[in-house]
Design a protein around this ligand. Structure first.
Ligand SMILES: Nc1ncnc2c1ncn2[C@@H]1O[C@H](COP(=O)(O)OP(=O)(O)O)[C@@H](O)[C@H]1O
Ligand SMILES: [Mg+2]
Length: 348
């Protein structure tokens, strides 16, 4: 059974896309079949993996109809055709990792889906929309025999995000140590229970149960948070970042955690404890990649998988970078292990 994991924060720039790519790669390195889904119409994950250099490259990709919008077109554009699995693209350099590309025009479905999610209980013509994204991802996972689907989402509280979050089995909350991440956590403590209440109602509606693509009954559960992209001073996060890391910890443990607990959107305490996860639900702390980020982008390869040649340094500088790289490799290795253990614990 595939496990769907949404990487979500309605704040932008918190490393959702970067983490989807890096974590997907690490899970695949561990023998899992992984599909990374670009559900952000800004298509940054698609760009990260495929590196378009010309407009023709992008048009070429869209013509192949191997993307999230084309996959959903039968239902959103009322075509007399069933949704079929998307033919995902293998990610170069990583066996077992596949990309379901994004599409700038995916945003065009936003309004229709919003209306369907508000009114589908009463308008039969819209009944197939709310369950369609989940159906497409499931079909695609079946075709690829995927163990994991990681969904990279756009930074907003749109109907598409509401749908993706509420039809995922799990979610990860990436954050940056800054003021806006704390604000975002507080707003998610209020929004997520509302979304979940809607999803529970939708999954019980006869009209959505009888649809060609029934709206599934899922309880999305928090795997944990990630705090990322801070500067290290003397082996520790620099003070300004540490202060925000502390505030994030408080926001999650005092506000988001209790709100999710009340709504049954957490795993059991034992499951978190078994992975050393505390009340801040922190899965990983990842400092700034520094010089490695540019090479990672240049070679479409996670920082931890770059070769010494790709790092393009020599002597003592290279040695220092390799040490940093090893630290990041260990961090992502541990993160992937935690994800595997937590998701297994739930499915067993
Ligand atoms: N650990 C990190 N170190 C350095 N730069 C990072 C790190 N994580 C992300 N970035 C950079 O920060 C920016 C935002 O990251 P991104 O993954 O696109 O965030 P989001 O998808 O949440 O908007 C990108 O330019 C990315 O390369
Ligand atoms: Mg992004």
């Amino acid at each position: 059974m595939v496990q769907k994991i949404a990487l979500f924060n309605h704040k932008g720039g918190v490393s959702k896309t970067t983490t989807t790519f890096n974590l997907g790669w690490m899970l695949a390195t561990k023998g899992k079949k992984v599909i990374i889904v670009d559900a952000d119409p800004q298509c940054e994950l698609t760009e990260m993996v495929l590196r378009f250099s010309t407009k023709e490259d992008i048009e070429g990709l869209y013509e192949k109809k191997q993307n999230i919008k084309s996959g959903l077109a039968p239902v959103f554009e009322s075509r007399p055709k069933l949704i079929e699995a998307v033919d995902c693209l293998p990610v170069e350099g990583c066996d077992g990792l596949f990309l379901l590309p994004g599409h700038v025009g995916f945003a065009e479905y936003e309004v229709t889906l919003g209306i369907a999610q508000e009114l589908s209980g009463s308008i039969q013509a819209l009944q197939n929309l709310p369950g369609s994204i989940s159906y497409l991802l499931q079909k695609t996972a079946d075709k690829f025999e995927a163990d994991y689907i990681l969904i990279d989402m756009s930074p907003n509280l749109s109907s598409i995000n509401q749908n993706l979050m509420m039809t995922s089995d799990f979610f990860i909350l990436p954050t940056n140590p800054d003021f806006f991440s704390v604000m975002a956590i507080d707003s998610l403590a209020k929004i997520l229970p509302k979304w979940y209440a809607w999803a529970q109602k939708a999954s019980e509606m006869r009209i959505l149960k009888d649809a060609d693509y029934p709206f599934p009954k899922v309880t999305p559960r928090l795997l944990g948070t990630i705090v990322q992209n801070y500067t290290i001073r003397y082996g520790e996060p620099a003070t300004v970042f540490q202060n925000w890391i502390n505030k994030i910890k408080v926001a999650v443990s005092a506000r988001l955690g209790p709100s999710l607990r009340e709504n049954n959107m957490l795993l059991t305490d034992e499951m978190y404890a078994s992975q050393g996860i505390k009340s801040d639900f922190c899965l990983a702390k990842i400092s700034a990649f520094n010089s490695l980020i540019a090479k990672s982008q240049k070679y479409q390869t996670p920082v931890f998988a770059l070769t010494s040649e790709q790092i393009e340094q020599v002597g003592i500088v290279l040695e220092t970078t390799l040490k940093a790289q090893e630290k990041f490799r260990n961090t992502f290795d541990e993160l992937a292990d935690k994800i595997i253990c937590l998701t297994n614990a739930v499915s067993n």
